[in-house]
Design a binder for this molecule. Structure first.
Ligand code: KIV
Ligand code: ZN
Length: 385
């Protein structure tokens, strides 16, 4: 089994979600929970962005241990100096510097030639190297960049001292097979690639962030970047909990493992959702309210006989404590009887027939039949009977 690192950017790219603004105190709380979750790197923020961002990154670097602390900086002196000031006292501090390499970004956004971009990338990495050994370089919009040019940029930044090379799919444009082939092409064109870690950072504009990340994992990249609950710019980043649980659940297929303590996933997801105000959609993989719920009678019957019929993971494995059988209009007699037994309401078969008839009528009107409803149904049967 090969270990793959998880780089969490909930506090940087995740906080770039429209409408999200976390206080330094809230960021510290999330960073502490991320350390418990077992991520390898926390990207704590973008210190040049605002005094609040700087404060938050600094507090995290000063106070959170046992996980590498990273700060983002554009490829210029001011950003890099500020990033370093914020993380200097952190555990295994990492400067993450980036510049765009795609023709579209170089021409319209940076208004620089490829040679100028290459020079700026090298200068940024050299400056970072004068401060710290752990340096990540990202080629923004890599997936829409030319592989030959990326090979030249990556070879040059390795020589300048970069230790992690990140290949972002900044606009979520890639598809899994094409992305994996593109990464291989870059690797073939990069001198010294064997000396560094390769990373991917996938956005979810086409709903492919996790699939693209896993395709990259399968061809040997060393680090996957993502955010809790998949939050981030536009449609968000690869969801850390999905990456971790895909790798854990399909361990034999991937031959990979992470250091994530999956039992902390539910708690981390809830904390991030509460503090960011970003509600998790009910059917969201792994952490959605319905991710482990069974509603139809056929599924409930199967699960009650043997959980693995319809469950590939247990709620317990992500630290969630929930009723997986949701009683509603699709539920069958078996599920109702089981729930009544759990509640200590043992009734004979003929009364169960009556209760079940009433249950079906109630379930037509209500989306979910609760424990209280069941008590009421049994009571009214007792009083009528
Ligand atoms: O999406 C992106 O390209 C980024 C970089 C700064 C890594 O967030
Ligand atoms: Zn991003």
């Amino acid at each position: 089994m090969r270990q793959i690192d998880i780089f969490d950017t909930t506090l940087r790219d995740g906080e770039q979600s429209p409408g999200v603004a976390l206080s330094p105190e809230e960021k510290l709380q999330i960073a502490r929970q991320l350390a418990k979750l077992g991520v390898n790197v926390i990207e704590a923020g973008f210190p040049i962005a605002s005094p609040g961002d700087f404060q938050a990154v600094k507090r995290i670097a000063d106070e959170v241990r046992q996980v590498s602390i990273c700060a983002l900086a554009r490829a210029n002196t001011k950003d890099i100096e500020r990033a370093w000031e914020a993380i200097a006292k952190g555990e295994d501090p990492r400067i993450h510097t980036f510049i765009a390499t795609s023709p579209i970004h170089m021409q319209y956004k940076l208004q620089k030639s490829p040679e100028q971009v290459l020079e700026q990338a090298v200068a940024a990495v050299k400056l970072s190297k004068s401060k710290v050994s752990n340096i990540e370089f990202s080629a923004e919009d890599a997936s829409r960049s030319d592989a030959d040019f990326l090979g030249r940029v990556f070879s040059a930044v390795i020589e300048a001292g970069a230790t992690v090379l990140n290949i972002p799919d900044t606009v979520g444009y890639a598809t899994p097979e094409e992305f994996a082939a593109f990464i291989k092409a870059i690797m073939e064109r990069t001198k010294g690639v064997e000396k560094v870690k390769l990373s991917v950072h996938c956005h979810n504009d086409l709903g492919l962030a996790v699939a693209n990340s896993l395709a990259a994992a399968q061809i040997g990249v060393h680090q996957l970047e993502g955010a809790i609950n998949g939050i981030g710019e536009r449609a968000g980043n690869a969801a850390v909990e999905e990456l971790a649980m895909a790798i854990k659940t399909r361990r034999d297929q991937f031959q990979l493992e992470t250091t994530i303590n999956s039992k902390e996933i539910s708690r981390t997801s809830k904390l991030v959702s509460r503090l960011t105000g970003m509600i998790v959609q009910p059917n969201k993989a792994i952490v959605g309210k319905n991710a482990f719920s069974h509603e139809s009678g056929i599924h409930q019957d199967g699960v009650l006989k043997e959980r693995s019929t319809y469950e590939i993971m247990s709620p317990d494995s992500i630290g969630a404590d929930m009723d997986t059988i949701v009683l509603g209009k699709h539920s069958g007699r078996h599920a109702v009887r089981e729930r009544l037994t759990e509640l200590g309401l043992e009734i004979d078969e003929s009364r169960l027939d009556e209760v079940f008839k009433e249950f079906k009528l109630l379930a037509e009107r209500k989306k979910e039949v609760t424990t209280d409803d069941l008590f009421t149904l049994v009571d009214s049967q007792t009083n009528n009977g």
